[in-house]
Write a protein that binds this ligand. Structure first.
Ligand code: AMP
Length: 183
């Protein structure tokens, strides 16, 4: 199965994505984690992405498209995957479609963890990540609304968009996702 999990900061993408991957036995590919690891290891990708991630800005499409492409060409993801936090822009979504066509693969589900702004703020302020500091967090929420929300419509027309009320407890959200996917 090939699944995208999208949502704003603190929507629960990591928690839900992780559980879904264990249940489906598919690899979990989180663009934010890949970027944070690259920055920690001071790789070329990390150096290119660092200032954007630290300021809560989106890493330019050309950089993200390239590393996701490389990741999806690896043999361990041939039979399925879950992408967490990718795509985040219309351009990334279109490029992902081109890549999937090229690989002869199809997307099964797009899960949108819909969470209110109040919940995003309070969950993130309880974490200790540096990009969850108030001003940066507000920018990340703003970018989610401006750049990522519009692509949900794109998926509604082209794929199976599953809108999940993410304001509830992680257990309730998980159960809802599993029920809707017939797991
Ligand atoms: P996340 O852990 O998904 O909230 O991502 C953390 C940060 O990584 C974001 O605030 C962006 O700076 C960067 N990032 C992650 N995924 C993407 C993406 N698909 N496009 C652009 N930037 C991204």
């Amino acid at each position: 199965m090939r699944v995208l999990i999208l949502g704003g900061p603190g929507a629960g993408k990591g928690t839900q994505g992780h559980q879904l991957c264990s249940k489906l036995n598919i690899p979990w590919i989180a663009s934010g984690d890949i970027l944070r690891d690259a920055i920690a290891q001071d790789t070329e990708l990390g150096r290119q992405a660092q200032s954007y991630v630290e300021q809560g800005e989106l890493v330019p499409d050309m950089i993200t498209i390239k590393f996701i492409r490389q990741r999806l060409l690896q043999p361990d993801v041939k039979n399925g995957w879950l992408l967490d936090g990718y795509p985040r822009t219309a351009f990334q979504a279109e490029e992902l479609d081109f890549l999937l066509d090229e690989l002869n693969q199809k997307l099964d589900w797009v899960i949108w963890l819909k969470v209110s702004e109040d919940v995003m703020m309070s969950r993130c302020l309880d974490r200790s990540r540096s990009d969850d500091e108030l001003g940066i967090l507000q920018r990340r929420i703003e970018l989610f609304q401006e750049r990522t929300i519009p692509i949900l419509e794109y998926y509604e027309h082209r794929h199976h968009l599953l809108t999940i009320d993410g304001d509830r407890s992680p257990e309730e959200v998980q159960q809802d996702i599993f029920n809707k996917l017939n797991l």
